[in-house]
Each structure stands twice: as C-alpha cells, then as structure tokens.
Design a protein around this ligand. Structure first.
Ligand SMILES: [Zn+2]
Ligand SMILES: [Zn+2]
Ligand SMILES: [Zn+2]
Ligand SMILES: [Zn+2]
Length: 223
C-alpha cells in the first residue's frame, strides 16, 4: 500500500483541504483560536506509517484513554469487539478483564487512566493496537497541549485523509472492492467487472473503506 503522492485531507471545522503536512499548521489557528480558551485539550496526530490513513483530533486532557479507544474503534476499527491496548513507553494500557486485576505484569495499567496522567510529552510518539490476532497498529503523536473552545464530546475530529484512490489490479481503473483473501499478498483491488472475474468467491469481496482496518476481519467501514 505505498503512497504515490502526499495524502491530502479536509479540515472538519472549516472544510478547507490541505496536505497532511500543511494540516497541522492550519489547525493551530482554525481549531484553537486565541481568546476562546475553555477546555484543556491534547492535540494528537494518528496515522499508520506507509499508508495514506491519518486523523487529527483533540481530546480533553481529563478524558480517559478508554474514550480515545472508543473513538478510534468507531471511526476506523471496530469489527467484532477485539481487545486493544495503548503503549506509552514501557507501559501498556488495557481494559481490565475484571475490576482491579491486571495480571502479573507491573507495566500493565487500566485504560481508565486520564490522558493528562498517561501521555508522553509534546512531540513524543506512542502507539495503539486493535486486535491481538490480525492486529491494526496505529502511531500517535502528541502534537501540542492547547486550549479549545468548550464542547460536549471528549474527542473532536479536526481532520482526516481524503478517500484514497486504489487502481484495479485488472485494468487500472478506480477500484470499488477488494479481495480479503488475497489482500495480505498483494494490492487485491478490483473494479466491479474484475471482481466478478476473480476466483476467491463473493464472500471474500469487501468494500473499499477509508480506514487502516480495510481488508481485515470482514471490516466494512465505520464513521
Ligand atoms: Zn479549518
Ligand atoms: Zn474482527
Ligand atoms: Zn478492473
Ligand atoms: Zn482473492
């Protein structure tokens, strides 16, 4: 899934398009205007290195990692309720199996931790994984601590990548579906006509979605 050119996306707040690189500069003014400071938030860039998928969000500093987990599942990941974890340095934040029990690993903690108490400093990276079997790995970067206009939701979507265009393996026209069986081996994207010619059978054919979970575990799209 190599990206041929720099990914672009749209600012969710004003609707203007920017490149992945320009977006952060735009958001510093658009999402966090001076003089409208109410809620302390942490601005995060979420992406998957080597893929066109990325999100810019800000999250209330007093929200929990669990709330960020919910958001990521909703917009990008949820297929059938797999386990997930954040990794910040040596610490792994997971959902407790039962109250208060985290097994023998002293580096394991609850996702009920607040962002303000768990994230690394500005400019640092941490990671997230969804599904310990067919894992989707996300990279997260703490872009900045900011003040944002007040709002109800803990996580606010600031921007996301535009729908990537994938060429059909048969004819190079824009593909509409993929083969989940072949997807791990090659870019198994197809237009409707070539999907019909493909040997794996109808049940292997999935829609193309704007998510790094595309093609995995029957995922058909989220937010
Ligand atoms: Zn904007
Ligand atoms: Zn699944
Ligand atoms: Zn085709
Ligand atoms: Zn196939």
């Amino acid at each position: 899934m190599a990206t041929r050119e720099e990914s672009h996306g749209k600012c969710s707040l004003c609707g203007v398009a920017y490149s992945k690189r320009q977006m952060l500069r735009h958001l510093s003014e658009c999402a966090h205007p001076e003089g409208k400071s109410i809620a302390a938030v942490v601005q995060l860039r979420v992406d998957v290195p080597g893929s066109p998928f990325w999100l810019d969000v800000d999250v209330k500093a007093n929200a929990t990692l669990r709330e960020l987990d919910d958001f990521l599942r909703g917009i990008w990941l949820e297929c059938c309720g797999h386990l997930s974890a954040f990794e910040v340095g040596p610490i792994r934040y997971v959902v407790a199996m039962s109250d208060g029990f985290f097994g023998p690993d002293p580096n394991e903690r609850s996702m009920n931790a607040r962002l303000s108490a768990s994230l690394p400093p500005e400019g640092s990276m941490f990671s997230y994984e969804y599904d310990y079997g067919s894992t989707t790995h996300l990279r997260l970067k703490v872009v900045a601590h900011r003040q944002a206009p007040s709002r109800r939701e803990s996580v606010r979507l600031l921007a996301r990548n535009d729908n990537p265009v994938w060429p059909c393996s048969g004819c190079q026209e824009t593909a509409s579906v993929l083969c989940a069986h072949c997807f791990s081996e090659f870019d198994a994207f197809f237009c409707d006509a070539h999907a019909g010619d493909h040997n794996c059978g109808e049940e292997a054919i999935l829609p193309i979605v704007n998510s790094p979970r595309m093609g995995v575990c029957g995922y058909t799209g989220g937010g």
